[in-house]
Design a protein around this ligand. Structure first.
Ligand code: APR
Length: 234
C-alpha cells in the first residue's frame, strides 16, 4: 500500500452486506430473491405491476430491521472517523448498514430503501413504512410514492460529485461488487486513467478485475478490517 495517502474513494456493493444476511443480486440462478430483475428493478416493471414492486421493496425494507452492520461496515466507519485525508464512500447498496455503523462521508448512488420519492411533487422523504397501501406523500399528500431506488435505465445519483472525487483520488478501492453494472463498474478505469492506485477486495474476481493494480480475494468481513488497519496504522 502506498504510504502518504491523502485522498481515498471507496466503492461498495452487495458483497459488503452479504455477511449481514442481505442477499446479493447475481446469484447463479439469475434471480434476485426469487424475482427477475426486469420485474422488480425497472420503471417498466413498476408500470406493469406496481403492487408486486411495492410489496417487494416493502419486504426488503422490513428485513433491514433484522440485519446488523458487520465488521466490514464497522471498519469503513472507523476509516471515516480516523482518516485525516479526504474520503468518499460511494455505495451501490440501498440498505442503511454503512450509516448505522457510523459512516458519514458517504453517498448512496442507487438510492435508499428508507427513502420515498413522490411521483407527483418529485420530493424525497425519509421513509420507514410500507408503501403497498399507497400512503400520502408527507410533502404534497398525493398517494404517489415509489421507492427512492435507482432502477435499470435510470440515472444514478450524485455522479458529478463522484467523478470529482475520483479525479482527486490517490487510491480507489472497490469492495464486494461484481463489476457488472455501469457506471459504477467504470470507476476503476476512471481512477486508473487519473493515476490513482486501484485495489479490489472481493470474494472472487469481478468482471473488471484485470483493471485493478491489486485484487485480494476473500470475505469482506476479513479483508476490509485488515486493509483499514494498514491504512490507519501507516
Ligand atoms: N465478501 C466479499 N465479497 C462478496 C461476499 C463477501 N462476503 N459475498 C459476495 N461477494 C461478492 C460476489 O462475489 C460478487 O462479486 O460481491 C459481489 C456482489 O455482486 P452483485 O450481486 O452483482 O452486487 P453489486 O455489484 O452490488 O450489484 C450492482 O446491480 O442490481 C443492481 O442496482 C443493483 O446496486 C446493484 C448493482
Amino acid at each position: 500500500m502506498k504510504s502518504g495517502l491523502s485522498n481515498i474513494v471507496v466503492l461498495t456493493g452487495a458483497g459488503i452486506s452479504a455477511e449481514s444476511g442481505i442477499d446479493t443480486f447475481r446469484a447463479a440462478d439469475g434471480l434476485w430473491e426469487q424475482h427477475r430483475i426486469e420485474d422488480v428493478a425497472t420503471p417498466e416493471g413498476f408500470a406493469r405491476d406496481p403492487d408486486l414492486v411495492l410489496r417487494f421493496y416493502d419486504m426488503r425494507r422490513a428485513a433491514l430491521a433484522h440485519a446488523e452492520p458487520n465488521p466490514a461496515h464497522h471498519a469503513l466507519a472507523r476509516l471515516d472517523q480516523e482518516f485525516s485525508g479526504e474520503l468518499l464512500i460511494v455505495t451501490q447498496n440501498v440498505d442503511d448498514l454503512h450509516e448505522r455503523a457510523g459512516a458519514n462521508r458517504m453517498l448512496h448512488m442507487h438510492g435508499e430503501l428508507k427513502s420515498a420519492l413522490c411521483l407527483s411533487c418529485e420530493m424525497r422523504s425519509p421513509w420507514d413504512a410500507p408503501m403497498l397501501d399507497r400512503p400520502p406523500c408527507p410533502v404534497c399528500a398525493a398517494p404517489s410514492l415509489r421507492p427512492d431506488i435507482v432502477w435499470f435505465g435510470e440515472m444514478p445519483y450524485q455522479m458529478e460529485r463522484i467523478y470529482a472525487a475520483l479525479r482527486e483520488a490517490d487510491l480507489f478501492v472497490s469492495i464486494g461488487t461484481s463489476g457488472a453494472v455501469y457506471p459504477a463498474a467504470g470507476f476503476v478505469r476512471e481512477a486508473r486513467d487519473l493515476r490513482a492506485q486501484t485495489l479490489e477486495l472481493n470474494l472472487e474476481r469481478s468482471e473488471g478485475s484485470h483493471w485493478f493494480d491489486e485484487s485480494r480475494l476473500g470475505r469482506a468481513g476479513d479483508l476490509v478490517p485488515q486493509w483499514v488497519e494498514a491504512v490507519l496504522g501507516g
